[in-house]
Design a protein around this ligand. Structure first.
Ligand SMILES: Cc1cc2nc3c(=O)[nH]c(=O)nc-3n(C[C@H](O)[C@H](O)[C@H](O)COP(=O)(O)OP(=O)(O)OC[C@H]3O[C@@H](n4cnc5c(N)ncnc54)[C@H](O)[C@@H]3O)c2cc1C
Ligand SMILES: NC(=O)c1ccc[n+]([C@@H]2O[C@H](COP(=O)([O-])OP(=O)(O)OC[C@H]3O[C@@H](n4cnc5c(N)ncnc54)[C@H](OP(=O)(O)O)[C@@H]3O)[C@@H](O)[C@H]2O)c1
Length: 502
């Protein structure tokens, strides 16, 4: 059906792609230094690789999985998975053009594949190559695993936050006579007429609920041990929430919390966290879950799993405000199928040099959250965050990539370690009244403020502003850098002779 908003959205995306997509290099083009190593071929790695080569810089992408795992976590989840937030907030490269508001897993994988091919990244990817160790040679170049891959000027670690499925072993699990599956392994599973129990109260639990109700399960029960905020699948509401520039609970936070309870949760307001503000943890984005609870096809229980039985789960059902493991009522929840929506193991950044983890400047407490203070030539894009209101797959991937390129090609813009630490201290100070540690929660608008501050604070970065924010005009700052190089060399020579004279 013809939809004027969709038409405007597509025209807008087309315009953005024309104006802001860096031009893919011609085949066999000789790309220049700096040469960047990119770890991970999920959407973050592929988008940042496309940005680098589009601006004329060479890359090698290292991916632990095979070619069929291009797209990272999206290549490993159910075929029925899809984006919960609006695709407006998931345009992970200017070239991406969505045909609708909520793309499916396959459409997301197709968009990543399109970038991969358009920017000729096929010859630049090492699949089946897990990076275990990176170090600097005596000339300050990075080596990954072995010298055989060559030397690099910078590293983008884009390893994501969702690794292997997490399947905690629960007491009595072996006695259960039905099926047990992880929430990411539901392809081909049949829920028709079954009593399904979903363990976990996160986004995967909600997605599993959609899967089993679409598959006509007889009854679905979600067993959640903690309360999390759920926000509607509405682009305007989600963007408004991401606009809290302070990136923490503020004295006006009660307004969105009140509005959500009153108009979204309504009679189910008991399910909303009572002592935990909305700006403390990543909320789930879903509009159907309450509908399913209201129409009786699903039940949401708060409490702790005691043990599995042959026919289900013995569960300690807790009341609101009773903490995990606190007193409750023992019940038995019947099940034919149990879905463990218990999340994913977090991939480790431990291949980085050990001084990246020195407290109190250990991840996520890094410069702009992604640059470890000892090494401004490393950016761990989308790999350090804990909780946020925003999106993983958006414009910031390009900004982070271009900030790294700026640091690499223009030494006068590259921050010193002590300055990076002072920025971290300053952000901690600004957020000292936040209920969560400063870098454990942020909003997208706060992220934009970090970038603005980063560019504005150093006059040598001003000439890069258009490039950093929009990817426009790398030639102009580069030509100034060549002139600055002469001044810098002159100053270094002077400094050298002064030292000799002493
Ligand atoms: C079902 C599902 C739905 C989601 N929906 C949303 C959503 O609506 N909105 C949202 O913002 N986010 C969503 N997410 C979060 C999702 O993780 C991100 O949106 C995004 O896909 C992450 O991409 P990435 O490239 O950063 O990481 P990944 O896709 O995880 O890719 C990282 C890659 O790095 C590789 N790797 C890891 N370690 C190494 C190593 N040492 N050496 C070499 N390679 C390595 C991995 O094999 C992997 O391929 C969803 C996640 C899931 C599971
Ligand atoms: N379409 C989407 O938007 C979508 C879909 C799926 C996933 N995602 C994203 O993918 C990431 C992972 O989401 P996720 O839902 O898979 O994982 P998650 O957010 O880590 O949630 C896991 C849930 O399982 C519970 N849990 C873990 N171990 C448990 C145990 N031993 N016993 C009982 N409960 C246990 C957790 O409870 P506690 O909170 O108490 O630990 C939590 O409720 C998130 O970033 C999410 O946003 C997005």
């Amino acid at each position: 059906m013809w939809n004027p908003f969709l038409l405007i959205y597509q025209i807008l995306q087309h315009a953005i792609s024309r104006i802001l997509s860096p031009t893919p290099p011609p085949p066999r083009a000789k790309l220049s230094r700096p040469r960047i190593a990119i770890i991970g071929a999920g959407l973050t790695g592929i988008s940042s690789a496309a940005h680098c080569v589009g601006h004329g810089f060479d890359v090698t992408v290292f991916e632990a999985g095979g070619r069929d795992e291009l797209g990272g976590i999206w290549s490993r989840v159910n075929k029925t998975s899809g984006l919960q937030i609006h695709s407006l907030m998931y345009r992970f490269h200017p070239r991406v053009q969505w045909k609708g508001g909520y793309p499916s897993r396959q459409q997301i994988l197709d968009a990543i594949e399109d970038l991969y091919k358009a920017y000729l990244l096929e010859d630049k990817t090492q699949f089946h190559t897990r990076i275990d160790r990176v170090w600097k040679d005596k000339n300050g170049k990075w080596i990954l695993n072995t010298e055989g891959y060559g030397k690099f000027d910078g590293i983008i670690a884009a390893i994501g936050t969702c690794g292997e499925p997490k399947m905690p072993h629960m007491p009595g699990q072996e006695t259960f006579r039905g099926e047990i599956h992880h929430s990411s392994k539901l392809d081909g599973k049949d829920a028709k007429g079954k009593k399904v129990v979903i363990i976990g109260g996160g986004a995967s639990a909600v997605e599993a609920l959609e899967f089993v109700t679409a598959g006509q399960a007889e009854k679905t029960t979600i067993l959640a041990r903690s309360d999390k905020w759920i926000i509607p699948r509405n682009a305007i509401v989600d963007m408004l929430l991401a606009m809290n520039i302070f990136g923490q609970e503020i004295y006006l936070s009660w307004i969105p919390e009140f509005l959500l309870r009153r108009f979204f949760y309504r009679e189910l307001a008991d399910l909303a966290p009572s002592h935990q503000g909305i700006f403390t943890e990543t909320p789930m984005v879903n509009s159907e879950v309450f509908q399913k609870i209201r129409d009786g096809s699903a039940e949401w229980l708060r409490g702790d799993i005691e043990h599995f039985t042959e026919t289900g789960i013995a569960f300690n059902k807790r009341g609101k405000n009773v903490p995990k493991g606190g007193p409750g009522k023992s019940i038995h929840v019947e099940a034919d199928m149990i879905i463990m929506a218990t999340g994913y193991k977090r991939p480790k950044l431990d291949f980085l040099p050990s001084n990246c983890f020195d407290e109190p400047y250990d991840p996520p407490n890094w410069y702009l959250q992604t640059f470890p203070p000892p090494y401004p030539s490393i950016s761990c894009i989308n790999s350090t965050y804990v909780n946020a209101i925003g999106t993983v797959g958006s414009y910031h991937i390009g900004i982070y990539t271009r900030i790294l390129l700026m640091f690499l090609v223009d030494p006068l813009t590259c921050p010193q370690e002590w300055l990076m630490k002072r920025w971290i201290d300053m952000t901690r100070f600004f957020k000292s009244r936040s209920p969560t540690p400063a870098f454990d929660f942020f909003t997208y608008t706060e992220l934009l403020w970090w970038y603005f501050f980063c560019v504005a604070i150093n006059p040598f970065r001003w000439k890069w502003a258009l490039f950093v924010f929009f990817g426009i005009g790398v030639g102009m700052p580069l030509s100034i850098v060549h002139r600055e190089d002469r001044v810098r060399e002159f100053m270094e020579r002077n400094e050298g002779s002064r030292r000799k004279a002493k």
